[in-house]
Design a protein around this ligand. Structure first.
Ligand SMILES: [Zn+2]
Length: 280
């Protein structure tokens, strides 16, 4: 199984809060999120610590085929909790969190799980892309009734708006009627979007953090078939490079309003015909 992976921080000097990985039969993207500077989280650890530990434990749990992918995610959230229950306040609404896209190959099928705004794209033979992502977070943000217009990324006004958004989102996070992410509540895994497809119907699969899907879903500079074409012909590194190029033309976020000028970007791509290994 030959899997292509690219994962880069938004800025070279910053931690990469994404975690992208593959293991025999498994593909994974985790996109960590946390409180902005100056907002309490109740946790002594970094967001990248959370994403790496959740990701590593999830690869281990999902390798047990007796567990559904949602069960594997619930177990992994509990295991990360156990790593910092004695040092951190796991009941704090600002605790580090993550979105997840996960796929598992076995018995002639690909199973998938998506929690929150990571994106999983099934490139289906003869039918083109099926895009799986959970837009409940975007729906909640749309309901927040934020002021019209937008300010340059990095300005005091923009920073203040982001901070206020994060504080207001806390009361919707992992609540029914709100949005669901991996954090400290294992029951969030029940809210993930899950499904499976026969490998015989599949050309390829792509797993993307929202920093790597933005050329399509935020900037509208390409279509999903275009994005799959870039991955197929040039690989995930090229997708990230094109994303950085587009971001650099709009450093203030005035054309494409966004939280950060450049976000961590991760893409994992597997073409089914590269099923060379029996080790699935
Ligand atoms: Zn902690």
């Amino acid at each position: 199984m030959r899997v292509l992976i690219a994962s880069e921080p938004g800025r070279p000097e910053r931690d990469n809060e994404d975690f992208a990985a593959a293991a025999p039969g498994l593909l994974l993207v985790v996109d960590g999120a946390g409180a902005p500077a100056g907002v309490e989280s109740g946790c002594a650890h970094s967001v990248s610590w959370y994403a790496r530990n959740l990701g590593g434990l999830l690869l281990a749990a999902a390798s047990d085929v007796a567990l559904g992918l949602d069960e594997a995610l619930a177990v992994s959230i509990e295991r990360v909790n156990a790593l910092h229950a004695t040092t951190c306040d796991l009941g704090h609404p600002g605790s580090p969190s993550a979105t997840v896209a996960l796929a598992r190959v076995g018995d002639g099928r690909l199973e998938h799980l998506v929690l929150s705004d990571s994106v999983l794209v099934l490139d289906r033979l003869d039918r083109g892309p099926t895009v799986i992502t959970d837009d409940r977070l975007a729906e909640v943000i749309a309901r927040l009734d934020e002021p019209d217009g937008h300010s340059p990324v990095g300005s005091d006004e923009h920073t203040g708006l982001l901070r206020s958004r994060v504080e207001r989102l806390a009361s919707y996070r992992n609540q029914s009627g709100g949005f669901w992410v991996a954090s400290t509540k294992p029951e969030a895994a029940d809210q993930a979007l899950t499904g499976s497809i026969p490998l015989a119907e599949l050309d390829a699969v792509a797993l993307l953090s929202d920093g790597a899907s933005r050329l399509v879903d935020r900037f509208q500079l390409m279509t999903w078939p275009d994005l799959l074409g870039v991955l197929r012909k040039a690989g995930p590194g090229e997708l990230v490079a094109r994303t950085r190029e587009a971001e650099s033309t709009d450093p203030d976020g005035m054309r494409w309003p966004r939280g950060k000028a450049s976000d961590d970007a991760s893409a994992v791509y597997w073409a089914v015909q590269d099923l060379a290994s029996p080790n699935l």
